[in-house]
Design a protein around this ligand. Structure first.
Ligand SMILES: Nc1nc2c(c(=O)[nH]1)N[C@@H](CNc1ccc(C(=O)N[C@@H](CCC(=O)N[C@@H](CCC(=O)N[C@@H](CCC(=O)O)C(=O)O)C(=O)O)C(=O)O)cc1)CN2
Ligand code: MET
Ligand SMILES: [Zn+2]
Length: 765
């Protein structure tokens, strides 16, 4: 009989219970016991939900209080000395590594001041993991036994689960060398790490685990020979030490074909493939497996919210069965469901026609089960017929097509993608801005306080009028400007108080989008997003940001940056359509934004920032045609959005969370770029943008952390940067927006930053 399986379920809770519990614990408002209780309830709830839906193989250890990769670092005791030395309780060490910790001494405890580890994008998703950080002195040992505890916890509830672990090769490859050990290659630590993996596997076996999901997602990346060879070493050692462990090696988000030689012959019980992304890899996958190995068929999309075409999915699984036989097939989600919202049932305001097109995590459980039943010959005729109806209704809906939008994209020409003059001429024209040497600025958002969110909630509930809300926002903008005057910044921002989120806010104003009330997805730690959903051709019915920018400009004579999110980032952080290419969706967004940029300019806004923090995560995971096409169309869509302005209008852009390729940044032709930088320990990284021809600001402090770097630390960083970059090109700014900070925190951070800039301004005056 074919079994159904789910690779992981969202842990945040349908009502964001985990966020509330964690933030309350951080604020000192509740105890660690309170937090652990919420975690336990969420796990129980999610396991039961899956069991009731009829899922056979349910994941455990997919839960985390912050990030599952960080959990693995704690489990293997990969805790750099700077955190170890405080001997904090385990959960506080976890949070200190995830978000940094700074607190004054008390009678019984010393002062703590430690920055967070680096946080980076999880493959091509908007989830971020905390990067394992290794040094020459790293030794591995088992620290606690979270996977075993959670397996037993489920068992006690009468639920048999399949524990999930990040695999040893991926764990190392996704990590990096610490700043004191830059010559260390993480993969060289494999042999030291394996005994600890074997120990965990043995403990899981002893606890009764029948099989274990071991994730090796790096198998969808371009790998060098050394890493490829590491798979053989790793899994041979594990098979030798724990021969009874039945491992299902899971890959997802891409094509494993180029690395199948590394998978072939591994002593594992089975392999999982993402056939939603790459259905074409079926034959090669089958061919790579031995006659005993299980094929886990990832066929229900873990990355998007569209209802699956179940009839098609059934056919696909049947074709797999025809090749390997029923006994060797498992039906599965393509990846963990972590990347999808929890439950569509909680959406009460969605248009009924559109709602019928979606499946969130909870609905996907049923999808997996229906496909499984179908291939097992159970009667699911009614379900399959209902599904076919939804699928064809969407395909023929009038909501998806807008002829005017399609025509504009079809007529796209070179004139739409180029500024009038080259950078040198624009720089000359922009002298009218009268900026000092080392201009200081921020990236856009200021603290999104409780008060702002409460006012917005009141507006949404109809408890205050649109006018009252607008007055409130104006007051917030005034306060943000006053704050910037006090701190002494040069180029101001309005602070983005009117935005719930930099992508959702635009989605809500654009035609062609649907948005949710409760469709939260974890982005990192306790921070979640509600990605808007692109359901049809996109256009801009009316200006989206002009009112606020114009108001801000009227309050102060200083240059005020208009603030937009770029086409690629809106696309990447939304749930995209699956019936039109990403390129076309980006171009439609680009034209909508072009109109907005031009309207801002017409309203007297002379500096306009168009953020593209997701441009790197959109890069196809492997080299090849798709990637070559992306590096053309992605920057081009940014240029469509920004090239309609005069030379004297200064275009900024901003990037964060990724190892950027400077060539891609150059292709945007922005006048000024700001780049997240403060957590890049690798001193070579500083060189990367040194030939950026236009102006640049390398982020000087980590905005995710409440930590306030002293002025001397800022001066040191600026001096390091000045050793590589011409002083005329340099801007002074934080890593990213400050929306997650408190006002008193960013006042201290920015004051030290501005004072450091002044030191250098005087030095070179
Ligand atoms: N989409 C997106 N992706 C991104 C980023 C980003 O900014 N946006 N930044 C990078 C890092 N990721 C981030 C993701 C989320 C947040 C973030 O701050 N999220 C907020 C939610 C933002 C939001 O939508 N807020 C709404 C809803 C706020 C809310 O919770 N309201 C309360 C009511 C008010 C209250 O009692 O607080 C409620 O509904 O219960 C609003 O402001 O209107 C959070 O988790 O806290 C920050 C960074 C990369 N990816
Ligand atoms: C994730 S990039 C954020 C850019 C945006 N302008 C902000 O400051 O919040
Ligand atoms: Zn950013």
């Amino acid at each position: 009989m074919v079994l159904s399986s789910v690779l992981g379920f969202p842990r945040i809770g349908a009502k964001r219970e985990l966020k509330k519990a964690t933030e309350s614990y951080w604020a000192g408002k509740s105890s660690v016991e309170d937090l652990l209780k919420v975690g336990k309830e969420l796990r129980a709830h999610n396991w039961k939900l899956q069991k009731d839906a009829g899922v056979d193989l349910i994941a455990s250890n997919d839960f985390s209080y912050y990030d599952q990769i960080l959990d693995a670092s704690l489990l293997f005791n990969v805790i750099p000395e700077r955190y170890q030395k405080y001997s904090l309780p385990q959960i506080d060490t976890l949070f200190a590594m995830g978000r940094g910790l700074q607190r004054p001494a008390t009678d019984s405890t010393p002062a703590v001041d430690v920055p967070a580890l680096e946080m980076v994008k999880w493959f091509d998703s908007n989830y971020h993991y905390v990067r394992p950080t290794f040094s020459h002195s790293t030794t591995f040992k088992l620290n606690g036994q979270k996977p075993v505890d959670e397996y037993l916890e489920a068992k006690e509830l009468g639920i048999e689960t399949r524990p999930v672990l990040i695999g040893p090769v991926s764990y190392l490859v996704l990590g990096k060398a610490d700043k004191d050990s830059l010559d260390l290659e993480p993969i060289s630590l494999l042999e030291k790490l394996l005994p600890v993996y074997a120990e965990v596997l043995q403990k899981l076996l002893d606890a009764g685990a029948k099989s274990i999901q071991i994730d090796e997602p790096v198998l969808v990346l371009d790998l060098d020979e050394k890493v490829k060879a590491a798979f053989k070493t790793a899994y041979s050692v594990l098979a030798e030490k724990v021969p009874a462990a039945k491992l299902i090696l899971a890959t997802y988000f891409g094509d494993v074909r180029p690395n199948l030689d590394a998978v072939k012959g591994l002593p594992v019980a089975g392999v999982h493939f993402d056939f939603v992304r790459v259905p074409e890899q079926l034959d090669a996958a089958v061919e790579a497996l031995s006659a005993e190995q299980i094929l886990s068929v990832g066929i229900i999309d873990g990355r998007n919210i569209w209802k699956a075409d179940l009839n098609k999915a059934v056919k696909f699984v049947e074709s797999a069965i025809a090749k390997v036989g029923k006994e060797r097939v498992i039906v599965a989600t393509s990846s963990s469901l972590l990347h999808t919202p929890v439950d569509l049932e909680n959406e009460t305001k969605l248009d009924a026609e559109i709602k019928d097109w979606f499946a969130f995590a909870t609905q996907k459980l049923s999808e997996v089960v229906i496909v499984t039943k179908a291939v097992n010959g159970e009667d699911v005729k009614a379900e399959l017929e209902a599904n076919a109806k939804s699928i064809s209704a969407r395909a023929s809906s009038s909501i998806t097509n807008d002829a005017a939008v399609q025509k504009r994209v079809a007529e796209l020409g070179e004139k739409d993608t180029k500024r009038a003059s080259a950078f040198a001429a624009r720089l000359e024209a922009q002298k009218s801005l009268n900026l000092p040497l080392f201009p200081t600025t921020t990236i856009g958002s200021f603290p999104q306080t409780k008060e702002i969110r409460v006012q917005r909630q009141k507006l949404n509930k109809g408890e205050i009028t649109a006018e009252q809300y607008e007055k409130f926002i104006e007051k917030e903008i005034q306060d943000a400007i006053k704050f910037q005057e006090e701190v002494g910044l040069d180029v101001y921002v309005h602070g983005e108080p009117e935005r719930n989120d930099m992508v959702q806010y635009f989605g809500e104003q654009l035609k062609g989008f649907a948005f949710t009330q409760n469709g939260w997805v974890q982005s990192y730690g306790s921070r979640y997003v509600r990605p808007p959903i692109i359901v049809g051709d996109v256009s801009r019915p009316s200006p989206m940001t002009v009112k606020e920018s114009k108001y801000a400009q009227s309050v102060s004579p200083k240059p005020m940056k208009g603030m937009l999110t770029g086409p690629v980032t809106i696309l990447r952080w939304s749930f995209p359509r699956n019936d039109v290419s990403q390129k076309v969706q980006a171009q439609q967004l680009a034209f909508a934004l072009r109109d907005e940029v031009n309207d801002l300019e017409a309203a007297g806004v002379t500096v306009i920032q168009v953020d593209e923090p997701a441009i790197r995560e959109g890069l196809p995971l492997r080299e090849g045609e798709e990637r070559s096409a992306y590096v053309q169309w992605a920057p081009e869509s940014f240029r469509i959005a920004t090239s309609g302005v005069k030379d004297s209008t200064q275009i900024h852009s901003h990037f964060c969370y990724s190892d950027l390729d400077p060539a891609h940044i150059k292709a945007l032709d922005a006048d000024v770029v700001s780049i997240e930088f403060s957590k890049k320990d690798d001193s070579n990284y500083i060189q990367n943008f040194s030939d950026y021809p236009n102006h640049i600001g390398l982020g000087l402090f980590d905005i995710h952390s409440p930590r306030v770097p002293p002025q001397s630390e800022f001066e040191k960083r600026i001096a390091d940067i000045l050793a590589v970059y011409p002083k005329e090109n340099l801007w002074i700014n934080p890593d990213c927006g400050l929306k997650t900070r408190q006002w008193d925190e960013c006042r201290k951070q920015l004051t030290n930053m501005v004072n450091a800039a002044k030191v250098f301004r005087e030095k070179y005056a």
